[in-house]
Write a protein that binds this ligand. Structure first.
Ligand code: UDP
Length: 369
């Protein structure tokens, strides 16, 4: 990459921290990075090629400063988001503000400057699959559940199910970006991530945060702190798990091949790594037994809890996320390489090293069984 200057909004989060690792390993790259926090990127803060702004995108002052950075950039990558399902139905106004209203002026600035925006959206824009509405004795075809960027409809539940505040905010942002492209030619790339798993994904409650993190950290927290792993509504929902390393390979290819990446929507997921959440829990406890060398983790308690008890009213699950990745294959020559087992092993070993081995205060406790 020759002399590439990029603005990254949300560079201090999980995906942003991995992206900075990749970008700053290259010569000729400079980054204007924006975030509300920087704990995950401390190793990069002294790098002169990173101009880090500890700032809230919702403030007018940030916007004025951001405008100058956008004018000087080759591309703008948006990773700023609240993307934790536990907050969609409990803090819907915050979710709408961060994921939609704070972003609109930034997208408008990109459009005015004609800058390439690479926006991280979400696989949740697909909502529920058509197959989830087909009676159990009905015929299910693959286009009832395979998610294709350019043909699958986006299906969300009713307004009272506030789980969909996030998905609808993200959908409007996709449509806003597409509208700018249509009306003024703003180049864009929309990325729809499907369950990227890797180190630094989420906090562990009681260690470095409070609340309900996403499923990887929820299950890690149960294993590390000796609590049962909780399956929401029995854990029948399905997810495909993509290693963060595979995901970052795809993003780097987009930056290296702008002609192929521009004006495209890409699902980034691994169709070979599909599991039910119940299978995920069972696999994680087995992998953790091998990481710790303690076979009793293989019998770690797993319980089922009603969704309303776990997340509160207004939660509704995405039943299945099976991506077509043909577009990323075709345009970027990308396909994922890491199996579920390998992804879990690498990710869980990192969590174990961070929260158990390096923390005298938090030894792995025995399950309460
Ligand atoms: N889930 C679960 N137990 C947990 C946390 C999450 O069963 O402790 C379920 C959740 O209901 C969903 C899936 O795991 O079906 C994935 O949840 P996550 O929070 O990772 O986000 P999502 O994939 O829905 O965006």
């Amino acid at each position: 990459m020759n002399e590439f200057n990029v603005v990254i909004l949300g560079c201090g989060g999980y995906i942003g921290s991995h992206l900075l690792d990749r970008l700053l390993a290259k010569d000729g790259v400079s980054v204007s990075g924006w975030d509300l926090e920087n704990r995950k990127i401390e190793q990069h803060l002294d790098d002169p090629r990173l101009r880090f702004h500890l700032a809230d995108l919702g403030s007018t002052q940030s916007l004025a400063e951001l405008e100058k950075e956008i004018d000087a950039a080759d591309a703008v990558i948006n990773l700023a988001a609240i993307c934790n399902p536990a907050e969609y139905n409990t803090e819907p106004l915050r979710v709408l503000k961060a994921n939609l209203f704070d972003l609109q002026p930034v997208i408008d600035l990109c459009a005015a400057a004609g800058k390439w925006i690479i926006h991280f959206s979400t696989s949740e824009v697909y909502g529920r699959t058509l197959s989830s509405y087909i009676p159990s004795d009905g015929e299910v075809r693959d286009d009832h559940f395979v998610l294709r960027e350019d043909s699958t409809p986006l299906i969300m539940g009713p307004v009272k199910n506030q789980r969909w505040t996030y998905a609808s905010a993200k959908q409007v942002v996709e449509r806003l970006i597409f509208a700018h492209h249509y009306e003024s030619g703003m180049p864009f790339t929309i990325v729809r991530p499907l369950n990227f798993f890797g180190p630094r994904m989420d906090y562990l409650p009681g260690h470095d945060g409070e609340g309900i993190p996403r499923v990887l950290a929820s299950f890690m927290s149960a294993l590390i702190d000796g609590k049962p792993m909780q399956l929401v509504d029995g854990g029948t929902a399905r997810r495909t798990i993509l290693s963060i390393d595979d995901a970052m390979d795809a993003v780097m290819l987009m930056l290296e091949r702008p002609e192929q990446a521009r004006n495209q929507i890409f699902n980034l997921g691994n169709p070979h790594n599909e599991v039910t959440i119940s299978e995920l829990a069972q696999t994680m406890r087995r992998v953790y037994a091998s990481i710790t060398g303690d076979p009793s983790f293989g019998r770690h308690p797993i319980v089922s809890v009603p969704a309303e008890d776990f997340y509160g009213p207004g939660y509704e699950d995405c039943d299945r996320r099976m991506p077509s990745i043909e577009n990323a294959r075709k345009q970027l020559d990308w396909s994922p390489t890491k199996s579920l087992e390998q992804t879990l092993l690498e990710t869980m070993a990192d969590y174990h090293a961070t929260y158990v081995c390096s923390s005298a205060a938090a030894p792995a406790r025995r399950p309460e069984a």
